[in-house]
Ligand binder design. Sequence first.
Ligand code: HEC
Length: 193
Amino acid sequence: MRLRIFALTVLVFVWIAALFCAGIGAQAPKPAAAPPKAGSASRAQADGNLLQVMRGILFTNSNVIFSAQSHDPAAVKRDDDPTQSTDPLKGTYNGWEAFENSSIALAEAANLLTIPGRVCSNGKPVPVQNADWIKFVQGLREASMASYKAAKSKSTDAIVDVSDTLTTACANCHDVYREKTPAQGGMAARCTK
Ligand code: HEC
């Protein structure tokens, strides 16, 4: 009886060892994953048009920053169930943290404005290669990071100042690429100069 248990234990041990070796064996010959080729490291792709990015990300997050002009960031009350909140200022990550988060969302959104292949609502390509477009995107990034710093400092004055800077960063680009009078071609002329 004792011998049988011993034999069984050895068997199980050998079996586990075999599995273990097979595991190592199976892994060993695999070549290391090929490093991404130059230019393909970023898998960023454009899934929405520019209008959708503006409405879905820039509009919503900049409103959090702009709200400091009319509401004291520290005084906004959380929703009863903040985990379900649709307003960042009243949700789980509320108060100054909401300002930090929306500032970062805007800074990261600047990256989305540089992805080639996105089109505007009128089907025209987003002019990511234009020097002034690149400059306007950089302006948005800088304003967003200034906003992040202001949020970190928990200064209402600083966040109100910076929301002005942010408005200007949005408007600089809109003046050239969004606001098109009928004489300029209206919607069809958006994203062109
Ligand atoms: C680098 C250029 C650029 C920057 C920076 C930029 N936008 Fe835009 N935005 C555009 C263009 C171009 C359109 C028109 C998009 C289209 O029709 O496809 C647009 C459209 C919009 C719209 C939709 C308007 C409509 O017709 O419904 C909103 C809202 C908007 N932007 C908000 C913002 C806010 C807020 C900021 C700053 C935090 C910002 N944008 C920064 C270029 C920019």
